[in-house]
Design a binder for this molecule. Sequence first.
Ligand code: BGC
Length: 409
Amino acid sequence: MKFPEGFLWGTATAAHQVEGNNVNSDSWLLEHMPGTIYTEPSGDACDHYHRYPEDIALLAELGFNTYRFSIEWARIEPEKGEFSQASLEHYRRMLVTCHEHDLTPIVTFHHFTSPRWLIAAGGWEDKDTPDRFARYCERATRHLGDLIGAACTVNEPNIPLLFSKARLVPTPDGQEPAPWQQAAAKALGITVDRLVPFIFAGSDRAVETILTAHRRAVEAIKSGPGDFPVGMTLALQDIQAGEGGEELAARMRYAINGVYLENLRDDDFVGVQTYSRMRFGPEGPLPPEEGVELTQVDYEFWPEALEATIRYAIDVTGIPVIVTENGIATTDDTRRIAYVERALRGVSNCLKDGLDVLGYTYWSAFDNFEWMQGYRPTFGLIAVDRETQERTVKPSARWLGAIARANEL
Ligand code: BGC
């Protein structure tokens, strides 16, 4: 299976999950509240903030030609309107390092974490947040744009909806906020109803705020310098119907995916991020099907979901796709290879049908901080020793790197 010339092959990370000590972010605060739902704090993470030169060199050596990472708003604008030249320079050095190793940098401007001041000002439901986000994007692009290969504005704004619809986290609607949420609001000097970090921003008002922020960010990023594709990424589970669940599945597919996709038709690409499928019966989400293997985070092992979501995303938007995340949390690296191989067959099927898929980035380069679940789930192609920070390349990294280098499966 040959892939088209120039196909992007890479891995993805997000600042907060790998950099370490992102102390000015909302997530750091939430991780440290008494009784928090985070199983452990992010701490040093993979110390990627300091180790990026070796890390990027390693990714290139493995055979990849692109690297997707995020820049951290909480570092670049630590206080409202106060931009850190040193942080911008840090990300400039990362971009230069990518180019030195012939990796096309795909930059995400917002991957779940926000500066604390933004949350204290009403977060992702506040009417001024689109302007604030656009100003940050404009400033960052002015400093970095000439080196960016492709840009994602926000990462997975539909994740709160996905989680609440799948009842993976308790739906906030009508529920008393937990004491840790109360404590976080107090620390920020706001009432708990105003506590809207991105990962919980699922209300209609939040959806509207984020979509407006995306549009404003696209304009800001397009003001240059640089001339690169700009898009948004979405968490696209393959939503399927169990017996009698056709109507609900169709409704959910629209509520979780469709509403967002319809708004992206003017973008240059859409970032498809797929891990599994989700099934609905007539009453609601169905548990994993009997006999289907589960991954470390209890998703069904269902690599075919990628092909289905690429087709759906292109069908609704009519724009090209970059697979900006696809991967599996497992301790058995042979299952990772099996998963990715099947997922790539799906990508190849799409390409054979003439669909415009520009690249594939595996989530994730490293075993990293998996948000509320801490460091237990291991999505990485590269293991990281939590004490010494030593990197160990897994067989799957060499296997996928060789495919990338050959540009064929
Ligand atoms: C997110 C990542 C996360 C990954 C695996 C995606 O929803 O963008 O930050 O680590 O899934 O759960």
